[in-house]
Design a protein around this ligand. Structure first.
Ligand code: SF4
Ligand code: SF4
Length: 300
């Protein structure tokens, strides 16, 4: 399993105090993604321009010529060429380079997560799998979930659920809470902004509900994409007409990923878009309530 970070003491991604495991690798490419370092499945070098003094030592020592200077982004590593030797990290005296992503085997990861067991039992918390797309870890994640379940750990997963049902189904008896995104009801628009249509996602949401899963729908509200009453009516109608699901969290757009795009040498389409706050979503929350849904602005 390839993990890019483990965050402790989270309170927004499930009940109680959570340890959130962010897996690397995603099959969507959402234009607004907050975690661009999660998209590639393998580890990659991240660069911090603000710490760099421009000495060029990293490029000198790279054995495969993966580091070039870019006027906008600085000394960026090309992940297609990089062999993750670590030489540029050793050469940099300013800690301007790091490798994002690390392979974990199941036993070590279980051991790491069980370090927080006391916080889980005192708060009713547990472990949340996030990403990237955690479901791409496939059978390894099923096995990890089973191992944690054996230890009576509450499990939640945050997913776009854009996978065939046989990938998702084995998680039904293991996961206590599924957070599933609905980004847009219009499949063509969904594809334009995420590089995948929404058919599997919508089918999986219906199937999860029919199988009695505990599901909270999350909708990232993105300016110019799905932030109008007209667009959100379609999402609320879909839920009312096809499922018995009640809980919806609307997540306001933010640019938290901006520095990470720069560190990977990637342009960010939303660089100049204003951050939103929960209060900006009040009208959409009220609209959702008209549909009889329990809609909340922000992650609870
Ligand atoms: S990790 Fe090694 S191969 Fe990759 S960019 Fe740095 S020096 Fe080059
Ligand atoms: S070695 Fe470090 S400080 Fe020097 S150019 Fe590379 S990233 Fe910048």
């Amino acid at each position: 399993m390839n993990v890019f970070t483990i965050e402790r003491f989270g309170t927004k991604d499930g009940p109680g105090i959570r340890t959130v495991v962010f897996f690397k690798g995603c099959n969507l490419r959402c234009a607004w993604c907050q975690n661009p370092e999660s998209q590639l499945a393998k580890p990659q070098v991240m660069y911090t321009q603000a710490s760099c003094v421009g000495c060029g030592k990293c490029a000198e020592v790279c054995p495969v010529g993966a580091i070039t200077y870019d006027e906008t982004f600085g000394f960026i590593s090309d992940s297609n060429l990089c062999v993750l030797c670590g030489a540029c990290l050793d050469a940099c005296l300013y800690d301007a380079r790091s490798i994002v992503g690390k392979e974990w085997d199941e036993d070590l990861l279980v051991k790491e997560l069980l370090k927080d067991r006391q916080f889980f039992s005192e708060s009713g918390g547990g472990v949340t799998f996030s990403g990237g797309e955690p479901l791409l870890q496939g059978k390894s994640l099923v096995s990890l979930s089973a191992a944690l379940k054996k230890e009576h750990i509450n499990l939640a997963i945050e997913s776009a659920a854009c996978v065939p049902w046989p990938v998702l189904e084995p998680f039904l008896p293991l996961i206590d809470l599924f957070y599933i995104d609905i980004k847009h009801l219009d499949s063509e628009k969904h594809k334009k902004y995420t590089e995948s249509d929404n058919s599997l996602i919508l089918e999986n949401i219906i199937a999860l509900d029919r199988n009695g899963a505990n599901v909270i729908i999350r909708v990232p509200i993105i300016p110019g994409f799905n932030d109008t009453a007209e667009e959100m009516r379609k999402t609320f109608s879909f839920l009312k007409e096809n499922t018995s699901l009640q809980k919806v969290e609307l997540l306001p757009f933010n640019r938290l990923g901006l520095a990470k795009y720069r560190g990977l040498g990637r342009a960010y389409a939303y660089e100049k878009t204003q951050n939103m706050v929960n209060e900006d979503l009040t009208d959409l929350v009220l609209l959702g309530k008209e549909y009889g849904l329990l809609v909340h602005a922000g992650a609870l």
